[in-house]
Ligand binder design. Structure first.
Ligand code: ADP
Length: 477
């Protein structure tokens, strides 16, 4: 059920290019930011602007009341001409003024002066407010300011306006300018984000497309393709490096695979050719099928058989799930027993084999560890000349045991050294048939050591000798 759901999802999910996704997210972020900035600006502006307008109204009222009070001259009449001047000026700003004396007699009244104009101004203010706030409910309000002279009230200035506050034409123009500015900034940011988004997306998607192309080329079997363009984006640089490493590994594997086929063919050709010619000679009656000739044929068959056996072993040890049957045993005892079995071969080749080791109990697969020791000893035997010395040492550490096999044989060149653990790699390319190895002993050795979570190291110098150091954890996991 879950699997079918996954398939369904995979089939139905619409795929967008990185470029589209990046551009869309840029646009989304910009739209969101511009909207947020506009809303916040408008909210803040509204609040502060309203406060400012209110304060400004109050300040203007007081100023006008003061100016009017300046027109009172003790013992004389009010200067109505000056008052009219002030009040008409104020009327233009939306303030309808009435000046009365303490007994309520009108000294100057805007409505008397021009009632139609007053109404027109109030209507204009109402229109201004409802253009900004469609549901605005304002009304005509009046504030009264007493005019005093020598602490006596000598009159009142009544200022009427559209309340609780109103926006004049210039106030509205200011708000509109701010809004237009915000829209302008929004459009500019949007265009900028589109340009930037597509440039960024292009810069990101181009190297990814290059990686995809290379990966496709590699999947078609062209392992020599590499990505050479550097990238300043960390993840893309890592991706490029990974693909290049993958291609390198595949290329190496391909070389090894080809070499394996060539090696197997080469190894088979010589014994098969010998067998064929011997058999033909015997069938044609040129050769007597005597014991010596049959023995020679048998040796060639054994050579083929050994190669097939090696191939089988390699397949088994290199398979991912190498099964280990672990027991606890003394590694020194195991090594010294194997050396005893090899002793006659070493004596025959006049090689001095020495062993030093103390009792070290480890938990491991005894048979497979034996295989490791045998491989190292047979190599030491193969690659050490007569009169040489092979030193084997077993040491114990805190958590691990260490086995060293050191010879003073041919040694391995620096260029061969990194490859000796590879399948079918043989440093002696001449394929000296006397050594007889197919180049898989160390591959198996490394696979066994790795399965035990141990490590293998090699130090070697041409004509001086080789030392293999194996470290095995003492305890099983
Ligand atoms: P082979 O069966 O050819 O010995 P191995 O995998 O055991 O294969 O070793 C790979 C190659 O490493 C050998 O062909 C040889 O060139 C080199 N080699 C391994 N052990 C030694 C050693 N003790 N001294 C010199 N060369 C060695």
């Amino acid at each position: 059920m879950a699997a079918s759901k996954g398939v369904w999802k995979g089939v139905c999910m619409k795929k967008y290019s990185l470029r589209t996704k990046l551009s869309l997210s840029y646009i989304f972020i910009v739209i969101l930011s511009v909207l947020l900035i506009s809303v916040i600006t408008n909210l803040l502006l509204d609040k502060h602007f309203k406060d400012y307008i209110r304060e400004n109204q109050e300040r203007k009222n007081r100023e006008i009341a003061f100016q009017v009070s300046q027109q009172y001259r003790a013992g004389e009449a009010w200067d109505t001409a000056a008052i009219e001047n002030i009040c008409i000026n104020a009327l233009r700003q939306g303030m309808i003024i009435k000046v009365v004396n303490p007994s309520g007699e009108i000294i100057w009244d805007a409505r008397t002066h021009d009632n139609a104009l007053c109404e027109q101004i109030l209507e204009h203010m109402a229109r201004n407010m409802s253009s900004r706030y469609p549901n605005w409910e304002g009304q005509y309000v009046e504030s009264t300011y007493p005019v005093t002279h020598m602490l006596n009230e000598v009159g009142k200035v009544v200022i009427g306006y559209y309340g609780p506050f109103y926006y004049s034409d210039s106030d509205l123009a200011f708000i509109n300018t701010i809004n237009k500015l915000l829209i302008g900034v929004g459009i500019f940011s949007l265009i900028l984000s589109l340009l930037l988004g597509s440039v960024m997306a292009k810069r990101l998607s181009m190297p990814i497309s290059r990686v995809i192309n290379t990966a496709q080329t590699i999947s078609r079997g062209y392992f020599d393709d590499r990505i050479t363009e550097p990238s300043s984006t960390k993840e893309i640089a890592q991706l490029t490096e990974t693909i290049n490493n993958l291609a390198q590994t595949l290329e190496t594997q391909e070389v090894l695979r080809k070499r394996l086929t060539a090696d197997v063919a080469h190894e088979l050709r010589t014994p098969l050719a010998t067998l064929q010619s011997h058999m033909e000679a015997m069938i044609d009656g040129i050769w007597e099928p005597n014991a010596d000739r049959l023995k020679s044929c048998h040796e060639e068959i054994m050579r083929i058989s050994r190669l097939v056996g090696d191939l089988e072993k390699l397949a088994r040890y290199e398979s991912e799930n190498l099964i280990l049957t672990k027991t606890s045993f003394d590694i020194s005892e195991l090594v010294s027993n194997i050396i005893k079995n090899f002793e006659s071969d070493f004596v025959q080749k006049n090689i001095d084999i020495r062993f030093t080791g103390v009792k070290e109990i480890i938990t491991a697969d005894k048979d497979k560890i034996s295989q490791v020791i045998i491989n190292l000893l047979s190599n030491a035997l193969k690659y050490t000349q007569q009169g040489g010395v092979v030193q084997v040492t077993v040491k114990g550490g805190h958590n691990a045991a260490e086995i060293r096999v050191k010879d003073n044989g041919t040694g391995i060149s620096q260029e061969d050294l990194p490859h000796i653990f590879e399948r079918f790699y043989r440093a002696d390319k001449s394929r000296n048939r006397l050594t007889g190895g197919a180049g898989i002993g160390l591959t198996i050795t490394r696979a066994i050591v790795a399965a035990h979570k141990g490590s293998i190291q090699v130090n070697s110098k041409v004509d001086e000798g080789t030392e293999f150091i194996i470290t095995l954890p003492k305890m099983a996991d």
